[in-house]
Design a protein around this ligand. Structure first.
Ligand code: SAM
Length: 355
């Protein structure tokens, strides 16, 4: 999971920089589908934003899932491992001119492509000044990259944290730079087991976002130790490793790409409450999917557990809800915490692109 299972004999930082900076030219150069598995259907307005991103940027997309949470207008967003910038440009459109997006990446060639199209997208979106910037740096050391504490509403990351040898440092830094009530909403690759260190030494499979994957249960442990709320599964999709030699090398290990949301909440405790979604979130006027199991319907009173009450009370979602602490009205809404993502995919009866 963390330092203990990081590959001892591999300089992952240099290998990853060289892979994304020099070896790969476009997404079609990838050897596995880890980086391009795409669970879920996107809403129309997000597909439209995606469709407007410059071709050179999208041709170098290596993400594994959607990183576009709801209620983004005016938000400040940080993208860890922003690559050529595709998600940043979509987010630039979604946060609007009052919001801002910062992409952080360590690889010069990726930053070069991302920076090249700032003016293009600023004009396209009709903004008077750019609301996107790209910063060079390491996600394990965001202070060094000049990212101050408590400044972002949302952090996204798409198929990047698996590439880090020090996932604890990444999540700790993410917690530091988030505002209270902010969230880490990210897609990444997970394994169905704690991979043995020997497997983690495979340089190409590390760079392909496979053998750096956390055992999915370890994310819950890590999140708790660091101080995030319990991770909530949004969507997931299993992908197959097709290459025969990779398959043999990996043995019985299985991999899944999952989108999770984790919140930074104050230490004060909340109690169960009756909450009502009042509408108002762009694209989700009538109902709003909070995670894989919870759908809020506009005007429906429902009973939710303290953990979710705390999220709704302290996050950007607060203004869209009426919250009555201590009351128990309407149907209970909860989703299974620590949901097994492999089980989630199996329940949907497909292996790729489920939900
Ligand atoms: C698989 S690509 C994903 C890029 C982008 N998120 C996308 O969806 O296209 C991984 C990216 O993360 C960057 N990266 C990997 N490890 C990093 C680290 N420790 N700090 C900053 N960037 C990192 C790489 O340079 C690369 O651009």
């Amino acid at each position: 999971m963390t330092d203990a299972s990081a590959p001892a004999g591999l300089n992952t930082e240099e290998a990853v920089k060289s892979y994304y900076g020099k070896t790969l030219k476009t997404s079609s150069d990838l050897k596995t589908s880890a980086c391009t598995s795409q669970p879920g259907q996107l809403p129309k307005f997000i597909r439209a934003a995606l469709g407007s991103v410059h071709d050179e940027v999208t041709s170098r997309y290596y993400g594994c899932g959607p990183v576009f949470p709801t209620a983004l207008k005016g938000a400040s967003v940080l993208d860890l491992g922003s690559g050529s910038g595709q998600d940043c440009y979509v987010l630039s459109k979604l946060v609007g001119p009052e919001g801002r997006v910062v992409g952080l990446d360590m690889t010069d060639e990726q930053l070069e492509v991302a920076n090249k199209y700032i003016d293009y997208h600023t004009k396209l979106f009709n903004y008077s000044t750019p609301n996107v910037s790209f910063v060079k740096g390491y996600m394990e050391k965001m202070q060094e990259a000049g990212l101050e504490s408590n400044q972002f509403d949302i952090i996204v990351s798409n198929c990047v944290i698996n590439l880090s040898k020090d996932k604890r440092a990444v999540l700790s830094e993410a917690l530091r730079v988030l505002k209270v009530g902010g969230e880490l909403y990210f897609s990444d690759v997970y394994a169905d087991q704690d991979l043995p260190p020997g497997i983690r030494e495979h340089e190409e499979l590390w760079c392909e976002c496979v053998v750096g994957a956390l055992y999915w249960k370890d994310l819950y442990k890590l999140a708790k130790e660091i101080g995030f709320s319990t991770p909530r599964l949004v969507t997931a999709g299993i992908f197959d490793i097709e290459d025969k030699s990779y398959k043999e090398f990996l043995g019985d290990a299985k991999f899944v790409s999952v989108t999770y949301r984790l919140f930074k909440l104050p230490e004060t405790s909340s109690e169960d409450a009756t909450v009502t979604y009042n509408g108002g979130i762009e694209g989700f006027e009538e109902e709003f999917n909070f995670d894989h199991g919870i759908v809020f319907k506009k005007g429906e009173e429902c009973n939710v557990k303290a953990g979710l009450v705390s999220i709704l009370t302290h996050s950007r979602y607060q203004k869209y809800f009426t919250i009555c602490p201590g009351e128990k009205k309407g149907p209970g809404k909860c989703s299974k915490l620590e949901k097994d993502p492999f089980e989630y995919c199996a329940e949907r009866g497909n292996k790729k692109g489920c939900c």
